[in-house]
Design a protein around this ligand. Structure first.
Ligand code: F6P
Ligand code: MN
Length: 341
């Protein structure tokens, strides 16, 4: 940039992705266009979310998704926005979503590309009608058999993700993204309609004194989680000899976003005794995996209590998993308690 030229230059998402490609050769133009299309869909979702009651999109749609959860009108709208935005571009072989039982094939009239897109279109459903933060989580994989993608094509370990990101619809709309070289955050400039790079290279400290868990489930927790959380609650009077603070937004996207921006913390959604056959509440492929990739890229750890989330071989699209993620030393501690039990 010329020294004397007055400028109001800000780095946009497009410029950032082009610079990443020049530096690391990891974002070819079809992948960049795919990321831009997903981010564009998030702008549209953000718009509808912000309209609230004025947009007549609040409330239940009156049916359940594959997981037996009541679908909100905005869940369905967000799902449709992501499908429509991404069908025609020619970058995808197929899509999968929390809101659809099986995979979504690209209609025959459009060309097929070499990537797979997975998403949770609107995370934190219980927050929708009460004007609290919610978000969209997404994950991009390579399709290894792009001629005829099936559910099996999606069942790749999280360590194979090429991109993971989320948009959070809160007081500001933010997009947090990793392409495998750190984590960057863009804030939506609503006047210009563009994503502006506002937080570079987010990092999570190895230690923290803030935790997030739904404590209403305490009586169902298994012993390692009981022990870990009890020690946090005991604070200076217990073995940890320091006080901890608790926060729970009840939208994973916002709890993880807080950890990234605060620079530390631990988020937990453990398996529990309510339904012993269920290995947790959150979904591996479009909630835990993208968040684990982001958290690791920011210097944190993410496990299911026993092993690294990104090393889990998925067996089905909507598989559930226990989640412990955030500051390395805290995640390692609760993981150790599980491994010793
Ligand atoms: O997607 C599931 C989800 O809404 C997460 O976003 C959130 O962390 C969790 O469920 C909240 O669960 P609970 O209602 O048990 O607090
Ligand atoms: Mn969710």
């Amino acid at each position: 940039m010329t020294a004397n030229r007055p400028t109001a230059h800000r780095t946009t998402l497009t410029q950032h992705l082009i610079e990443q490609q020049r530096e690391h050769n990891n974002i070819p133009s079809d992948l960049r266009l795919l990321i831009e299309t997903v981010s564009h869909a998030c702008k549209l979702i953000s718009y509808h979310v912000s309209r609230g009651a004025l947009g007549e999109v609040l409330g239940s749609a009156g049916n359940e998704n594959i997981q037996g959860e009541v679908q909100q009108k905005l869940d369905i709208l967000s799902n449709n926005i992501l499908l429509e935005a991404n069908e025609w571009g020619g970058h995808l072989a197929a899509m999968a979503s929390e809101e659809m039982a099986s995979i979504h094939q690209i209609p025959a009239l459009f060309p097929r590309g070499k990537y797979l897109l997975l998403f949770d279109p609107l995370d934190g459903s219980s927050n929708i009608d009460v004007n609290m933060s919610i978000g969209t989580i997404f994950s991009i994989l390579r399709c290894l058999d792009d001629k005829n993608p099936t559910e099996k094509s999606f069942l790749q370990k999280g360590s194979r993700q090429v991109v993971a990101g989320y948009a959070v619809y809160g007081p500001q709309t933010m997009l947090v993204l990793t392409t495998g070289y750190g984590v960057n955050c863009f804030t939506l400039d609503r006047d210009l309609g563009s994503w502006v790079l506002t937080h570079r290279a987010l990092r999570i400290l190895v230690d923290s004194c803030e935790y997030a868990i739904n404590a209403a489930n305490q009586r169902y927790w298994y012993e390692p989680v009981q022990r870990y959380v009890n020690e946090l609650i005991e604070g200076v009077d217990g073995p940890r000899k320091m006080n901890f603070n608790m926060r729970w937004v009840a939208a994973m996207v916002s709890d993880v976003n807080r950890i990234l921006h605060r620079g530390g913390g631990i988020f937990m959604y453990p398996a529990d005794k309510r339904t012993p056959s269920k290995p947790g509440k959150l979904r591996l492929m479009y909630e835990a995996n993208p968040m684990a990739f982001i958290i690791e890229q920011a210097g944190g750890h993410a496990t299911n209590g026993k092993e690294r989330i990104l090393d889990i071989q998925p067996k089905s699209l909507h598989e559930r998993v226990a989640v412990f993620l955030g500051s390395k030393n805290e995640v390692d501690r609760v993981t150790q308690y599980h491994l010793k039990s």
